[in-house]
Design a protein around this ligand. Structure first.
Ligand SMILES: CC(C)(COP(=O)(O)OP(=O)(O)OC[C@H]1O[C@@H](n2cnc3c(N)ncnc32)[C@H](O)[C@@H]1OP(=O)(O)O)[C@@H](O)C(=O)NCCC(=O)NCCS
Length: 171
């Protein structure tokens, strides 16, 4: 299958925080941010595979900075690694300073999507070739994250997670 680059399927969603999307502190409600993250990540998975894609697992979500009412929020979703039918998508959340325009990280999430056929059966996806240093680091770490996710889901025995175990072996 023809390989692709992370930039081929990069999805960037920029939107405002409006009244009705906030918590009692007037900051963006977490569930609203998760919905935006899921939408961006699923578009990236679809662009990479050109298939129907379903969320298989949410491996990590961190909200580092409250996002106030009226803020501009940008969500960038990029494929970090593919396996057979699954794709790891890393999502970075940014806000921008109203006056300077400087971007600040507000969070990060890591999702796994699976490409499926019309009957919901997993189908293969194209390999991804990491480009930047950051892409390469994320590619390298994605296998360990997949192993951890499968162990937590009861789909892999810890003894079989060779790369994940190697992280602790040197300590
Ligand atoms: C995701 C789903 C297709 C996986 O089906 P399955 O019968 O477990 O199929 P497989 O065991 O062949 O797994 C398919 C791939 O998913 C990966 N996978 C399954 N569960 C996973 C998990 N918890 N974490 C990471 N990867 C997972 C497998 O490792 C495999 O990857 P690979 O083909 O790249 O090696 C199926 O569980 C499903 O349809 N779930 C519901 C999805 C859904 O409705 N999401 C929310 C709305 S979009």
């Amino acid at each position: 299958m023809q390989e692709k680059f992370p930039l081929d399927s990069l999805t960037v969603l920029t939107d405002l925080v409006l009244p009705g999307e906030t918590n009692p502190l007037n900051n963006l409600f977490g569930g609203e941010l998760l919905a935006r993250i899921d939408r961006a990540a699923s578009i990236t998975a679809r662009r990479h595979s050109r298939r129907i894609c379903v969320t298989a697992s949410v491996n990590h979500v961190a909200f580092n900075r409250a996002i106030p009412l009226g803020a501009v929020v940008t969500i960038e979703a990029k494929v970090s690694r593919t396996f057979t039918s699954s794709m790891e998508i890393v999502i970075d959340v940014w806000t921008e300073d109203r006056e300077s325009g400087i971007k600040n990280s507000a969070g990060q999430a890591i999702y796994t999507f699976v490409a499926v056929d019309d009957t919901g059966n997993p189908v293969p996806v194209p390999p991804v070739v990491p480009q930047t240093d950051e892409d390469k680091k994320r590619f390298e770490a994605a296998l360990r994250r997949k192993q951890l996710s499968l162990i937590l889901a009861g789909k892999m025995k810890p003894a079989d997670a060779t790369e994940l175990k190697a992280l602790f072996a040197g300590e």
